[in-house]
Design a binder for this molecule. Structure first.
Ligand SMILES: *Cc1c(COP(=O)(O)O)cnc(C)c1O
Length: 371
């Protein structure tokens, strides 16, 4: 049986009517730039994230770039982040004029280690970008106090974690709620995906929200008047319309993902080779990815591929080892937990429409490999 890593057609089949109706309303109106759907989606995402503001932008990458630009960094200013993430996390730091400082991760959750953040702080540190990787939140109750103590901006890269929650001091907190800024991506393969690129920033800070709104419109709050040089980084009205139509389904989709994760974990628990992902007890994981650790990973990857089972390696080369960051002077051995993860992880098909028969085929192919 062929099992794709992700099946967006299956999702589309379930929401086709709503999505097409929403898109056609925009098309009939021919109002493609900053139409009412953008503000409506911003309100809905602010509500979901328990934040005062949400500001749409052109991508998850720009959602990181704009708040980093708002730090007004000088050459040599540093931003601490994880090397075990999608490239955009560190690329945005670089493009905002900062120097990424890579620290190691927690071996159980793959999320950035709060102790490693603390140890990496220098007089040049301006901010922290914590990534909520694969759909579960980093330990905000440990990271927020570090940021506060040192007067640092804290950006939550929640591209993979929209709607995820963590119990912090007895209260459920959403991804994006506790940082200076939280950022989301609506890239089609994300848990809430548009029909192209899109992103959003959330914040509790009124002044910062104004600055981010300005930065996405060439740095001018008033048309043709520019307080600073910004970007053309709006969220398309058509994308907002698609996302608004999909948003009511997000919670159910996240639940379906978690159920499918449970099925995998049940099958792999106690297996001598396969190590299922750990869920931090404080987290409600939304399983953007279901990522196992497995010995002979590259052979397993080829085995699954040969059997038509979709899979992917997120991420095969950690960011501190990327050629573009070679000048920063990291090498193999600097981040041992990250390097062990990149050599052993493999992500399996997980999406709300994944059937039990498909999952059984994935599980059987893996068990067969290690038999
Ligand atoms: C997808 C992703 C981004 C970038 O989002 P785009 O919308 O593709 O620009 C940033 N960070 C992480 C962790 C991501 O997974």
């Amino acid at each position: 049986m062929n099992v794709p890593l992700l099946d967006l057609v299956a999702q589309y089949d379930g929401v086709k009517d709503e999505v097409l109706r929403a898109m056609m309303a925009v098309v009939e109106r021919q109002g493609f730039i900053m139409g009412p759907e953008v503000a409506e989606l911003e309100d809905a995402v602010a509500q979901l994230s328990n934040t005062r503001h949400a500001i749409g932008c052109a991508s998850g990458t720009d959602a990181l770039l704009l708040p980093l630009r708002a730090l007004d960094m000088k050459p040599g200013d540093e931003v601490i982040t994880t090397a075990f993430t999608f490239f955009a996390t560190a690329g945005a730091i670089h493009n905002a004029g900062g120097t990424p400082v890579f620290v190691d991760i927690d071996p159980a959750t793959f999320n950035i280690s709060p102790h490693a953040i603390q140890d990496a702080i220098t007089p040049r540190t301006r901010g922290i970008v914590a990534v909520h990787l694969f759909g579960q939140m980093a330990p905000m109750e440990e990271i927020v106090p570090v940021a506060r103590r040192h007067g640092l901006a804290l950006i939550e890269d929640a591209a993979q974690a929209i709607g995820a929650r963590r119990m912090v001091d007895g209260t459920w907190r959403r991804a994006g709620e506790l940082g200076t800024v939280g950022t989301f991506s609506f890239f089609p393969s994300k848990n809430l995906g548009g029909f192209g690129d899109g992103g959003m920033m959330v914040t509790q800070d009124d002044q910062l929200a104004d600055r981010l709104r300005r930065l996405r419109l060439h740095g001018g709050a008033r048309q043709y008047h520019h307080e600073e040089v910004g970007y053309n980084s709006r969220l398309d009205t058509l994308q907002a319309a698609v996302l608004l139509a999909k948003l009511p389904h997000l919670e159910g989709w996240s639940r379906a993902r978690a159920e499918r994760a449970g099925t995998y974990t049940e099958a792999f628990t106690g297996h001598p080779a396969v190590c299922p992902p750990a869920i931090d007890r404080a987290n409600e994981h939304i399983f953007h990815q279901y990522t196992i650790r497995a010995p002979r990973r590259d052979e397993l990857h080829a085995h699954l591929k040969a059997r038509g089972i979709g899979n992917a390696i997120y991420y095969p080369l950690a960011l501190h080892l990327q050629p573009c960051f070679a000048h920063l002077g990291y090498g193999r051995g600097r981040l041992p937990v990250t390097e062990a993860a990149m050599d052993s992880v493999i992500s399996l098909p997980i999406y709300p429409e994944l059937t039990r028969a498909q999952q059984d085929a994935v599980i059987a192919a893996i068990l067969e490999f290690y038999a």
